[in-house]
Design a protein around this ligand. Sequence first.
Ligand SMILES: NC(=O)C1=CN([C@@H]2O[C@H](COP(=O)(O)OP(=O)(O)OC[C@H]3O[C@@H](n4cnc5c(N)ncnc54)[C@H](O)[C@@H]3O)[C@@H](O)[C@H]2O)C=CC1
Ligand SMILES: O=C(O)[C@@H]1CCC=N1
Length: 267
Amino acid sequence: MKLAIIGLGNMGKAILNGILKQKLIKPENIIAADKKFADPDFENTDEYASVTVTADNCLAAQEADYIILAVKPQIINLVLEDIKKVAAAKVVISIAAGVKTELLAKYFGSRAKIVRVMPNTPALVAAGMSAIYYSPAVEADEKAFVDQIFNSLGKTVKVKESEMDAVTGLSGSGPAFVYIFIEALSDAGVLKGLDRKKALKLAAQTVKGGAEMVLSSGKHPAELKDMVCSPAGTTITGVATLEEQGFRSSVVQAVKTAAERSEELGK
Ligand SMILES: NC(=O)C1=CN([C@@H]2O[C@H](COP(=O)(O)OP(=O)(O)OC[C@H]3O[C@@H](n4cnc5c(N)ncnc54)[C@H](O)[C@@H]3O)[C@@H](O)[C@H]2O)C=CC1
Ligand SMILES: O=C(O)[C@@H]1CCC=N1
């Protein structure tokens, strides 16, 4: 199986490097296309050394059986124009926020094999979360291969296409919200006298540990929170402050507005 990845920015690179680390597809079967490769100053450093690189989207699409579109929603039409003549019978996997299968079908036809995936950047360390929607024409063996790609990068979940904007606001954008939380936790540690390195380690491992508890204990987050809160203790004092400061509602608004932006991008 040959895979083309078109758009090697933050997410395209996370997917490529994740796949290479997991050794799921041999590097010689991967072709990476990005307009930046046409830049005379571009150096094919270690990052891409093992895969074929090109600035020609059409060539990449022509060579491949599976094509991942990892370009910004705002320019996806340009890329679809580039590849429409050669990609109609292939499996086209778009990760672009908001871009609907309806738009892709305008280029490849209503019976095209279109997949929408909303991954996230922790794919780079095999801790990604990808939501997948298959259009009806995608065959079982093709679904199995796409599942395998994204399972190798972390966890996957199947969603309806109508759920994609919500997923984008939550797990697509979510890592940025989590990083801000981790940064704020470690800032607070520094404020209270810890050195930065120690504070960051304490903060990141605490978030990781909390996530592991939710995923593996089967307990509701509220119950896990209650287990940390001693009567008149330190934690409930901090929890009361978070509630006073509107932490919960800030998070809800962040995901809601991110999801709404995804809806807008799809119009
Ligand atoms: N960054 C993230 O965490 C996530 C991004 N996505 C989606 O992934 C897509 C890419 O996002 P990022 O990687 O963040 O963007 P980015 O801006 O980092 O990367 C986009 C890449 O596309 C290349 N490009 C621009 N025009 C091109 C063209 N005509 N032909 C070929 N390549 C071209 C750029 O040179 C750049 O390397 C977007 O649609 C976004 O919605 C989805 C999930 C998470
Ligand atoms: O910010 C964005 O638009 C993309 C989609 C999800 C994460 N990053």
